[in-house]
Design a protein around this ligand. Sequence first.
Ligand code: PLP
Length: 411
Amino acid sequence: MAEFIMAAQNGRNIPTEDKIFGISRRANEMINEKGPDAVVNATIGTLLDDDGDLMVLSSVDDTYMGLEPEEYAAYAPIGGTPAYKKAAIKAALGKYEPKGYVEAVATPGGTGSIRNTIANYSCPGDKVLTSDWHWAPYRTITSEIGRSIDTYQLFTEDGQFNIEAFSKKVHEILEIQDRLVIIINTPAHNPTGYALSNEDWQQVVDCLSYVAPENRIALLVDAAYIDFAGDENKYREFLPILETLPANILPIIAYSMSKTFTIYGMRCGAMICLAPTREIAEEFKRVCEFSSRGTWSNSAKAGQSIIANIFADEELLKKVTQERKDIREMLLSRGKAFEEESIKAGLKIVPFDAGFFASIPCDNPDEISAKLEKKGIFLVPLAMGLRVSIASISEEKCRRIPAEIKRAMEE
Ligand code: PLP
């Protein structure tokens, strides 16, 4: 390909500029020119306060500042420190006590868990299944390792989880390959804010229970936003449903410390299996650690030490949980405000429950986003619509923009 001078393309589609980065740069240029009140920068996927500054849990920050050199400068074991792995399982599963065999492997953020799951539970050339609305890096990760993404329609006409479309795709793909990695990003799905209900989960489990026992399926639950969806216990009620799956289907949780502990830049996460047998769990640990060694080697130790120290101190854990609850409530109010004003303005949004993002379905997202940019509203155009980061704008802005988006769509 002419575009490549020295580098190998290897089937990848590599753009010259990162789309979100470009939009965010233009938003910042306008902020410099016209001031922050004139601009809505709803592109950023991190929690910002009403003034646009990064929100960090102060109790987590204090824990970081108190680390000893041994806790951040030394190598961590390839699979993570034992205290971290224990803490990560606790953080991901909450009060749920699994019946099966649980193993955790430390990864650089949730992204590392996604990469390692795809690399170890699918073969080169395989398709990986996720929904039509999805986080774009799934495609990047699959193309990096010679796999590709296939999708099913996430919603029915009346906005329900589309179990028929899901089931059809699973069976279609299993006609051509023996194994399948399925990524379900829930709750607080990026980019829609959707969450699968327990009934939806039951349907997924029922569907997968009919898959031929010779097939091997890794069911990857991308739970990156689970602690910002609402009540932590309620949003973990689906976990026991996963444990009713047959032995040829392995549930893996991709858990990210990035959002839950506001340590995005620490690159801290874990992949956690809920295996039905000890052999499957031990194999999970062995193959995922091997893969880690061959990619990033060990994950950074500082984040692991922060999480381990928080879980070793009950009072500190309480403080972190309370602080998170406060910012979660702020986020939930922003989401509610955006949803309410969208209804008032007659703006159709994709079924939304909670989280960092909401989406607006439309046929010409690039065109509408360009129009909105002129008015100082910066959103992310996706293949199927526009993504609004409610995590990065104030409640007042969440209330203000639905009517303006609607207007831009009608102009
Ligand atoms: N999954 C989804 C849907 C995300 O949006 C993100 C981050 O934006 C991640 C996973 C992983 O994040 P990280 O690797 O920063 O932990």
